[in-house]
Design a protein around this ligand. Structure first.
Ligand code: ADP
Ligand code: MG
Ligand code: ZN
Length: 481
């Protein structure tokens, strides 16, 4: 059977570092980029005789996330020990949640070419992160170093059902999930730095089958592009294995960025390998109904709801609304500007066009923009009234972006004002037509493609500053059209 006769089946496991100031079971800082092992204490170093104390913020963030993903938040959940040996895990076990996680059975709606699709969220649980092994140049040859600053940083693990059917859906799910977590203020969404990580479980089955195939778990997917490439490679690999009469083995495979392949890392461990048992140092966790209801009431408007509202309130197309609401600061800035702009769709064009280009070029975000919503409104008003051309307005916006100067001042000091005075434009048009008597004659005799020539001459005489609408109006009138 060809590749196209197989149906990929994908489920994602996401680990999101929570934006708390301190770690999950001790008071150490979670700040990124400190000197190795400076954010440590006896608790997160796993020294004997100390006890973990749960950070209440972690629970609040888990509840907030669970509610945003429409999960059932459990009144009681249980901490478990997951035992394994690794140099970056000082206690020899990870405190996590196993058979009784804090949240279960939620959903996330995503966009697909066929329309909206519901992806079920199986569970969300809290756990501590491990440290980091360092194998780079700071280590001597043949040695590895261990940095435990990250040990004990709080994580949410968010596990989807295997509801995704191709690499694009997987990417869309991951993006939507990231948008939601960033809206909630619980995670910074940074795939490259590893504060938002994703493992993909991938299997294939013949199209039309209802029995899932054996799955592989893919790791090292630290960008949306790698997630897509790794899934596509893995689907083709599994189909090849099956087509050549082999069996897909359940294993953990690593995405090799340089070679563009997945390669086997280890056969998949089973739950019993970890000897899970209830954590004796922490009592079961009780979440009060009051906390759940209070959190529900304080949930922000989420990306999809905001998108709907942008469409109805501002009359924007779905495409614009989706891009504008993907990140909360951009959406907020749009809403701050909208009352000052002559037209919401034109404002959206400026946001998604020139402003996005400037932000990308400067490698910055909308929060560091120097101009005010009123000033942007003034600039768009100037375009609308014909005071500046669209091209000149782009230069003005660039200057506003860099300096925060008022658009009127920039237009004046750079001499960017468009000439919209009828008398002034008419004088130039008359002069051009007088100088081009033979072209005018040919034009009137039917050589209509000379029109561009007249426009060009007028614009040249006006150094490009003639209001194009006015120039056209006057030319047509004088030429007798
Ligand atoms: P484990 O705890 O061993 O990692 P789970 O059953 O909890 O296994 O599933 C982990 C992830 O694998 C989930 O995201 C789930 O959706 C996905 N998954 C389970 N079975 C399949 C399958 N046959 N094909 C693809 N993904 C799968
Ligand atoms: Mg798992
Ligand atoms: Zn500590």
């Amino acid at each position: 059977m060809p590749l196209s006769d197989f149906q990929p089946v994908i489920g994602l496991e996401v680990h999101a570092q929570l934006l708390t100031h301190s770690k999950i079971f001790c008071g150490c800082s979670t700040a990124f980029g400190a000197e190795p092992n400076h954010h440590t204490c006896p608790v997160c170093l796993g020294l004997p005789g100390v006890l973990p104390v749960l950070n209440q913020r972690v629970v609040e963030f888990a509840v907030r996330t669970g509610l945003a993903l429409e999960c059932t938040v459990k009144g009681t959940s249980v901490w478990s020990r997951k035992n394994y040996f690794y140099p970056d895990l000082p206690k020899g076990y990870q405190i996590t949640q196993y058979d009784q996680p804090i949240c279960e059975w939620g959903r996330l709606v995503i966009d697909t070419p066929a329309g909206e699709k519901v992806v079920r969220v199986r569970r969300i649980h809290m756990e501590e992160d491990a440290g980091k092994s360092v194998h780079d140049a700071t280590a001597s040859a043949g040695q590895s170093l261990v940095d435990l600053n990250r040990a004990g940083v709080p994580l949410l693990e968010i596990v989807s059902e295997p509801d995704l059917r191709d690499s694009d859906e997987a990417v869309e799910y991951l993006k939507s999930l990231r948008d939601v977590l960033m809206y909630l203020g619980v995670n910074d969404g940074n795939l490259e730095e590893g504060s938002f990580r994703c493992d993909a479980n991938v299997s294939v089955m013949p199209k039309g089958s209802t029995v899932y195939g054996q799955r592989c778990e893919l790791k090292n997917l630290n960008s949306f592009r790698f997630l897509k490439q790794a899934i596509e490679y893995e689907v083709a690999r599994q189909v090849d294995v099956l087509e050549s009469g082999g069996k897909v083995l359940q294993e953990t495979r690593l995405w090799d960025v340089n070679k563009g392949v997945t390669r086997s890392m280890r056969s998949k461990e089973e739950a019993h390998d970890y000897r899970y048992f209830p954590e004796p140092d922490l009592p079961p966790l009780h979440v009060a109904d009051a906390l759940i209801e209070e959190t529900r009431g304080a949930l922000p408007e989420l990306p999809r709801a905001k998108r709907q509202r942008f469409m109805s309130q501002y009359g924007l197309p779905a495409y614009d609304a989706k891009l504008l609401t993907a990140e909360r600061p951009l959406a907020d800035f749009f809403e701050a500007c909208a009352p000052h702009a002559p037209d919401a769709k034109k404002l959206s064009n400026w946001f998604l066009g020139e402003l996005s280009r400037l932000l990308k070029e400067e490698g910055t975000t909308v929060s560091s923009v120097r101009f005010t919503p009123t000033q942007l409104g003034e600039l768009l008003g100037a375009v609308e009234q014909g005071t500046v051309s669209i091209n000149a307005a782009k230069d003005v916006l660039g200057e506003m972006f860099r300096t925060g100067a008022a658009p009127a001042n920039i237009i004046a000091s750079k001499g960017l004002a468009q000439v919209s005075d009828v008398g002034a434009v008419e004088a130039v048009v008359d002069e051009v037509l007088a100088k081009s008597a033979s072209e005018v004659e040919k034009y009137r005799a039917g050589k209509k493609n000379l029109y561009g020539f007249f426009v060009g001459q007028v614009m040249k005489a006006m150094k490009g500053k003639g209001n194009p609408t006015l120039v056209n109006e006057l030319l047509k009138k004088k030429l007798g059209d």
